[in-house]
Design a binder for this molecule. Sequence first.
Ligand code: 4UW
Length: 520
Amino acid sequence: MFESPHPPVEIPETSVFDLLFADLGETERDHPALVDGASGAVTTYGELVDRSLALAGALAARGLGPGDVVALHSPNVPAFAIAFHGILRSGATATTVNAMMNAAEIGKQLRASGASMLLTVSPLAPQAIEAATANGIAADRIVVLDGLEGHPSLAELLGEARPAPTVTIDPATHVAVMPYSSGTTGHPKGVMLSHRNLVANVAQCVSLIDVRADDRVIAVLPFFHIYGMTVLLNIALKQRATLVTMPRFELTEFLRIIQDERITFAFIAPPIAVALAKHPLVDDHDLSSLHTIMSGAAPLDEALGRAVEQRLGVEMLQGYGMSELSPVSHVIPRGSGAPLRSSGPTIPNMQSKIVDIETGEEIPLPEEGVSARGELWVRGPNVMLRYLDDEAATAETIDADGFLHTGDIAEADAAGNIAIVDRLKELIKYKGYQVAPAELEALLLTSQDVADAAVVGVPDDEAGEIPKAFVVRASEAATAESVMAFVAERVSPYKRVRAVEFIDAIPKSSAGKILRKDLR
Ligand code: 4UW
């Protein structure tokens, strides 16, 4: 086991809301917290805090508070931040829902998480209302933030001007958020992250990522995913930076916002790095305000990262983590010069281990060069409490010593920089988004044309990985197109099967487990 090379940091015993906003100074109140990238509308820090408190009051007036789960289903708009911090301040738990999901997928998460209220936006309202209604959530508990006939809007709730409730939050046990992740195997599960988990991860990373009050940060990575939630919504706001929101990635608009809003710091996933390194449109924009770009959520090719640095004249950084880690465990500190093929050293207050997957032996840090490969295990105050209602998956993921087994294969250099080089777990990452093979396999088996199926990730230049299905035909009528169409009609776009191969039998172990390695 190796300790973080950084000195330990103090982790305040407080809630997420108080960590971020309890010390908001009078002069900070007028500083822009959020800018709507499309319209330019500004929300100041004072407005963000006042509105979050008022929303907490409105939720409390409806009987919501500690023990309740509120679903938040929205792309990146300034109101997301008010909704998120209002929910947490009320003492309720926020389960964030991917804005691309269809009604069936939203419904599954509402059911599994036990959400009793849903906050959404009008463009996503059809699928949100269908899912919520099917789960017995009444219309007055389906808030459409920007307004829709028959449902409360954010403005109406804030207009009630109720005081925020007094709630007692024990940071160590009080569940702040519950994003969904499939972890190392199976279907998506609720990841129970306490206030302490989230507070710790901000405290652990804030000086390494080093966003400052005069930074203007483009918020294109979704707040509903743990990377956007902690790094953008929490770390950037803690630092009093300005977040400029984009509801979805679109290259021209992304470049326009960087230019017009004088963006200084961008957090991205590798597919955006591909565009920044290669696309001709980049030359048509003045991106000179940018000084730092950080990539995460999937492996960044080192040459690609260097190409972005050279073309834009920025410092490129990489971070690594997972939902179960709140999410950061490794990051290249700004200005440190750590190798970009790595995700940097372990963050403060954490320990890492690389473990040989054949022998279970620990692999020590090398004297020079890089170590042998093994599974990365990590321990620290940002490791989730547990998975919701899934003791078996929790026990498989966090061992008796408190180490979380990441399911990622890593190697380390002498300085303790960790490079992720492969994945042991079955998870597929399409443009940084999680795709759980088990979910697609279960769906494929419901097709009359499919006798058996297995799904694995295969490399793709643009998306990083795409889901590929190996299918045993039940009917001669099945074609690759018909199989892909069957899936596409039933899942959100990022989960689509994008390649199909027909085979005679799915290779399985004697225990019936799919031998994914053989398929890959
Ligand atoms: N290299 C290779 C990477 C990398 C990676 C993640 O959806 P989740 O649960 O969570 C995330 C978290 C992203 C993230 C965390 C901290 C951070 O600093 C940062 O960038 C600044 C981003 O995506 O998926 C977790 C899985 O995603 C893969 C890996 O397989 C991990 O288990 N992954 N980051 N740099 N692979």
